[in-house]
Design a protein around this ligand. Structure first.
Ligand SMILES: O=C(O)CCC(=O)C(=O)O
Length: 208
């Protein structure tokens, strides 16, 4: 495996491990070398089948404040916020990234990926946890960032003063592990001054 075929001076790739109360967040800023991260960003921006989904809240319909897509092995459907996703087949780029994540995480195998496109700082994802039934108990979720740096916030459900804030730089990898999704919420807040796009890939394992 070429681990993204680094053309630049290779940087050591290790996780910063945030061991929280009931859950872990691992962060690797230079998971994908910057040239390669720019290439992936362009290819995914232009070639992914981005969808504008809608959600219903209090009887009204609203556009989701970002574009999304769902890719993976056939049959691994995903439902969140009332939106049912049938996977598009893996692209070469998504499979390459998935294989390198699995190399670093050793025991994890992912069968699908949710993609988010934040067109600018007005796009966001509100406080939530990835606790849908289909992900099973204590899911490991691996999240790759491409494009502009955005803030990622976590807070504990029963004690919002317990927080973690990370700046997700392009080419970085975040891994959420353990009981985190039961006890913590996360968000990408609106950042109105940002006028460039970001793509996020969250690799997941849907249980059959
Ligand atoms: O964009 C991100 O980094 C987070 C996305 C997210 O929270 C989700 O898709 O559930």
């Amino acid at each position: 495996m070429d681990l993204f075929n680094q053309s630049q001076e290779p940087k050591p790739r290790t996780f910063e491990k945030h061991l929280l109360k009931d859950g872990e967040v691992w962060y690797m800023p230079n998971f994908i070398p910057s040239d390669k991260a720019k290439d992936y960003f362009k290819t995914l921006l232009n070639n992914v089948n981005w969808r504008q989904e809608e959600i219903k809240l209090y009887g009204k319909t609203f556009p989701v404040p970002r574009k999304t897509a769902w890719y993976g092995y056939d049959g691994f459907n995903y439902k969140y916020s009332g939106i049912l996703c049938n996977p598009e087949p893996w692209t070469k780029e998504l499979l390459d990234i998935k294989r390198v994540i699995e190399f670093f995480l050793k025991e994890e195998r992912f069968n699908s990926v949710l993609l988010n496109l934040y067109r600018d700082g007005n796009d966001k994802v509100s406080w939530h946890s990835d606790n849908e039934k289909g992900l099973g108990i204590n899911p490991t979720i691996a999240s790759v960032s491409l494009g502009v740096t955005r803030r990622f916030d976590l807070k504990r459900k029963d004690d919002p003063d317990q927080k973690l804030r990370l700046e997700l730089s392009p080419g970085s990898l975040v891994v959420m592990k353990g009981a985190l999704q039961h006890h913590w919420l996360h968000q990408i807040p609106m950042q109105k001054k940002i006028n460039q796009p970001r793509i996020n890939l969250t690799f997941r394992t849907i249980k059959e």
